[in-house]
Design a protein around this ligand. Structure first.
Ligand SMILES: NC(=O)c1ccc[n+]([C@@H]2O[C@H](COP(=O)([O-])OP(=O)(O)OC[C@H]3O[C@@H](n4cnc5c(N)ncnc54)[C@H](OP(=O)(O)O)[C@@H]3O)[C@@H](O)[C@H]2O)c1
Length: 349
């Protein structure tokens, strides 16, 4: 029986990895405090704070696979010191935020792959910097000529699907299903690139079993944002009417990019569109799978309905905030500042 140690396992992705590894017949141990969530069923749970001495004391055994989900240097380095020599294979879950540039691509430019330059990690409070430092520390501990390669570094892009604690992606299917006038960003020169949590977790477990090594962007296909909205509208089958506001107007009215309170999720400055234009060639060549985008939208919608579309959420606009913005937009409206997609569709027909 494979012995798998997950450094984490109580969070969203880690829990899914643990569940699938147990289902695949692995003996799974998870190390965490238990603050992010309960320990998954069917595993050995080692409850410890990795910032405290002795956290790894009971884990000094041989592991077929270690999966690291954390990135803070004070968690990553002691784990490497304590466990690297016991691990036949190590998977570090990193992020595409380690790349130095998110510049949007020109029309004929190829998608950026894993050889793109990384940030120089100087600011450990910055997520991308800390992940880049975690990558370097892990490569240093697990590399070396005497070892055969045993490190897989995985750089996911935006992870989406049922259970997403950030409430980003699900905002759109949930909001579109409610119908009516929906405040949306201009989709021109914008893209959506996501990976379903189930696809990612399944591949991470399989890649560990296959002892894959190297560096892999785990990202979905690049979809023009307009296609994403078209597929989401199709999936929810509502009378939603997208009302587009220009970037400058949204920024002026305090709407945040990407995620968090008072945001339009997935909306990023067009200059940073490279964040959503990463190559997934290696992921696909390594056997990674991607379900169709509409399936992920449908899965997210079902999850939103189950969790309650009217719950307080971590990302997006509340109904009251959106209503206020739509009223202001209508007041400011001129043909250049706002238009109704539904109206445009009617005009085009
Ligand atoms: N969400 C995205 O779109 C996205 C995109 C790219 C990459 N990623 C990466 O994907 C992974 C997602 O992992 P996840 O969903 O499982 O959640 P997570 O919260 O990122 O995982 C961190 C894990 O470490 C544990 N932990 C944190 N501090 C600890 C401490 N002091 N001692 C012991 N354990 C500690 C947490 O458990 P306790 O709190 O219970 O201790 C949790 O299980 C992360 O590596 C993230 O950076 C995410």
């Amino acid at each position: 029986m494979r012995r798998v140690l997950i450094l984490g396992g109580t969070g969203w992705l880690g829990r899914e990895i643990a569940r699938l590894a147990v289902a695949a017949g692995d003996s799974v141990t998870c190390l965490a405090r238990g603050e992010s969530g309960a320990a998954p069923a069917g595993i050995e749970f080692v409850q410890a704070d990795r910032r405290k001495p002795g956290a790894y004391a009971t884990l000094q055994r041989d592991w077929d696979e270690v999966i690291e989900l954390a990135y803070e240097p004070e968690l990553v380095q002691p784990a490497l010191d304590a466990l690297a020599r016991h691990a036949a294979h190590w998977t570090l879950v990193s992020t595409v935020s380690v790349y130095a540039s998110n510049d949007s691509l020109g029309p004929n430019e190829p998608l950026a792959d894993e050889t793109a330059a990384l940030v120089h990690p100087t600011d450990m409070d910055d997520y991308g910097h800390a992940k880049a430092a975690a990558e370097a520390a892990t490569a240093a501990a697990l590399g070396g000529r005497e070892n055969r390669p045993r490190l897989l570094t995985v750089r996911p892009g935006l992870i989406v699907g049922p259970g997403d604690p950030t409430d980003r992606f699900g905002y759109w299917p949930a909001r579109l299903q409610r119908g009516g006038a929906v405040l949306a960003p201009d989709t021109q020169s914008r893209f959506v690139q996501v990976i379903d949590v189930a696809d990612l977790a399944e591949w991470l477990v399989r890649a560990g079993r296959e002892r894959r090594t190297g560096i892999v962007n785990a990202v979905g296909d690049v979809h023009p944002m307009a296609d994403f909205f078209a597929q989401a509208l199709e999936a929810v089958r509502s009378d939603a009417d997208l009302v587009t506001a220009e970037d400058a107007w949204l920024v002026k009215h305090g709407v945040n990019y990407w995620a968090g309170p008072h945001s339009l999720p997935l909306w990023i400055p067009t200059a940073d569109a490279g964040l959503t234009q990463r190559s997934n060639r290696r992921y696909l060549e390594a056997g990674g799978t991607l379900r169709p985008l509409h399936e992920t939208i449908e899965r997210s919608l079902a999850d939103e309905v189950a969790r309650g579309v009217d719950r307080a959420r971590r990302s997006g606009l509340s109904s009251a905030e959106e209503r206020e913005l739509l009223t202001a937009l209508a007041r400011d409206a001129d043909p250049g500042a706002a238009f109704s997609v539904a109206q445009r569709r009617r005009d085009n027909n």
